[in-house]
Design a protein. Sequence first.
Length: 70
Amino acid sequence: ADPTVLAKLTAAAFGQRRKMLRAALKQICSDPSALLAEAGIDETARAEVLGIEDFCALARLLASREGGNQ
């Protein structure tokens, strides 16, 4: 995964305590529910329950969406 996108993703995910990912990712993604669904991650999950592989998968998807102008 692109380190810049991964850094942006983790900062958004962990930037506010006790936020579900769906809400936390709104600042960097126009449709966080679709992004999470595509990655196979429950949209009500919190950042602290994801593994490194999950964050890398989300970062790759986010980078591909940014490259395609979402």
